[in-house]
Design a protein around this ligand. Structure first.
Ligand SMILES: [Zn+2]
Length: 303
């Protein structure tokens, strides 16, 4: 039986998978299989994940894709850094929470620094080393950290790995950005203000957010492209999708409010690598994702 590696690129809209923005994923999509009309179960993480995991609005670890695959002899791993994914931690053989680990490590370093340095030095080091607690305006852990972890830690086969990437999720801190860290903090805090309806942003501001969203997606594409070159697709089937899209004011709101069924928020990519070549315009709903993964595990994906 083949291993199954599922990438969830949190907040990735279908229309941002293009030859310019995501050259690596685009090429893989062309070489393998793509659903052009994939619809997420909902428009925010907490409401979309039960649909992907249990095929229903209710998350039930006993009635889930992990339980199905366990019966077939699969091990299951959830690798993420999204505090909202934490509530779906039951039912997996292994859960690796990068967000928690990073926060824990930062706390330990701060404690040691407090013990051995003066307050003034501590605040300078904290600022430079980005040791503050994870807050709204700080970046989530990057795709390359998780991909690096995947490379160094192979689970028992056959394995099912759910890898939840946060790069396209706000806040946006693209590594290659020419903007200063202070500017990015300001831009992201304005974006968060718009999400919470505290400000009405101008069109220039929204364009900046879109450019940064795009830059984060391009960087994630580079990391994924590099990583996927090393994956043996004879032994592993890779699925790439998202939990929902992202709104930039098209329908009066920002980010991804729940239960909002508009294309920007529910039309997402779904690519399958290592099975067959082709694509379809037939609509595919994430309510069927669990069944699709089971089919791949049992008989392979026939297109
Ligand atoms: Zn999400």
């Amino acid at each position: 039986m083949k291993n199954i590696l599922l990438f969830i690129c949190d907040s990735l809209r279908a229309d941002y998978l293009t030859p310019e923005i995501t050259p690596n994923l685009w090429k893989l999509k062309e070489d393998w299989w793509s659903f052009h009309q994939c619809i997420s179960g909902n428009s925010c993480t907490e409401l979309s994940l039960p649909v992907m995991i249990s095929g229903s609005r209710k998350y039930d670890p006993a009635d889930s894709i992990m339980a199905d695959l366990k019966e077939l002899g699969y091990s299951s791993t959830l690798l993420h850094s999204n505090p909202k994914v934490h509530q779906f931690r039951e039912g997996w053989d292994e859960v690796i929470d990068f967000h928690k680990e990073t926060a824990k490590q930062k706390k330990k370093i701060r404690r040691l620094l407090r013990k051995y340095t003066t307050k003034a030095i501590l605040s300078r080091i904290t600022e430079f080393a980005n040791l503050e607690d994870q807050k709204d305006h700080l970046p989530y852990s990057r795709a390359f950290e998780k991909l690096d972890y995947l490379e160094g830690n192979k689970p028992t086969s056959p394995s099912f790995q759910w890898v939840h990437l946060m790069d396209p999720h706000l806040p946006y801190y693209p590594i290659g950005s020419k903007l200063s860290h202070e500017d990015l903090i300001y831009i992201n805090s304005r974006h968060v203000d718009a999400v919470h309806k505290r400000i009405e942003p101008g069109s220039d501001e929204v364009s900046t957010w879109l450019r940064l969203y795009e830059a984060e997606i391009t960087e994630m594409d580079q990391y994924m492209g590099e990583y996927l070159k090393k994956v043996d697709l004879e032994k592993t089937t890779v699925l790439i999708t998202s939990d929902h899209g992202e709104e930039f004011g098209e329908h009066g709101e920002y980010s991804h409010p729940g239960d909002k069924f508009v294309p920007e928020l529910v039309h997402i990519p779904l690519i399958i690598l290592g099975e067959v070549n082709g694509s379809t315009d037939t609509m595919f709903s994430h309510y069927s994702l669990r069944k699709l993964i089971c089919r791949i595990a049992m008989d392979g994906f026939g297109g």
